[in-house]
Design a protein around this ligand. Structure first.
Ligand code: PGA
Length: 256
């Protein structure tokens, strides 16, 4: 894992944007795994302003609420169109977001996995992290080998996401999410986290044991992970000085 600590979400996002932009320039037909939530919002704004060529890019979103109409203001379909897709030259046919209204959810989930494989796998998967360590909507105790499937949110996640809905009661309790096994097959994972409320989840994910209690900790087993965080999110890392030292002394050919 490469832990990249910057003073603010803005500077941290610049690094993440350079990583994504480099991939799109080197591989115009790249397959991107996309995330929603407050964390990637800045990244999407920066990427839009970079005016990259998305015409051959394929995307797969991590997750979606079950039961919300796609045009609901809080659906991840709406989020993605408002915050990224309607501002870039992506081909609509290449966009994949789990269908939270699929009649047969297990069948849909199997199809989603097949579509990822048929696209050649995910080159770069963007990830946020929940305060409980979830990635995608893989809540604590999710199987580390899980595939795309239905999950029930924890009460904590419902409370965390109530800010988007107005009240906790309005947050759907069920979601479709890529599994941890699905995420682990991405060629690269790029996890972003900002703010003090993510500090414990980040410390456990990076320096704790690999455990399904903190699903993000499984990324310790992945060969290529970059973790872009701000100082508050890094505040509980015991080896933060080492991560800063590594970053400051990166060989020129490894810089972004
Ligand atoms: P956030 O959510 O970006 O809104 O903090 C992250 C997550 O729950 O994965």
């Amino acid at each position: 894992m490469e832990i990249i600590i910057h003073s603010s979400p803005e500077t941290s996002t610049q690094v993440a944007a350079r990583i994504v932009a480099r991939l799109l320039r080197e591989k115009p037909a790249a397959v991107l795994g996309l995330a929603t939530g407050s964390t990637p919002l800045r990244l999407y704004r920066v990427l839009i302003n970079m005016e990259l060529d998305w015409s051959m890019v394929t995307t797969f979103n991590l997750d979606e609420y079950i039961g919300l109409p796609p045009d609901h203001p809080q659906s991840y379909h709406t989020f993605m169109w408002e915050n990224l897709f309607s501002h870039i030259n992506i081909d609509k046919e290449n966009i994949h977001i789990p269908d939270g209204n699929a009649k047969d959810i297990p069948e849909f989930c199997g199809k989603y996995e097949k579509q990822i494989r048929a696209a050649g796998g995910i080159d770069l998967q963007l990830l946020g992290i929940g305060t409980d360590g979830h990635i995608g909507f893989n809540e604590p105790t999710s199987s580390l080998a899980s595939r795309t499937r239905i999950k029930t949110l924890t009460q904590k996640t419902c409370r965390d996401n109530a800010r988007f809905f107005g009240s906790e009661q309005e947050v759907p309790k069920h979601v479709i999410t890529m599994g941890i096994g699905t995420i682990m097959e991405a060629h690269m994972n790029l996890l972003m986290a900002f703010g003090e409320n993510k500090a414990t989840a980040i410390a456990e994910a990076v320096e704790g044991p690999v455990t399904s209690i903190n699903p993000a900790s499984v990324l310790q087993m992945h060969p290529l992970v970059k973790v872009c965080i701000d100082e508050p999110a890094a505040s509980r890392l015991k080896r933060a000085d080492y991560y800063r030292w590594v970053y400051e002394n990166k060989p020129a050919w490894q810089t972004f």
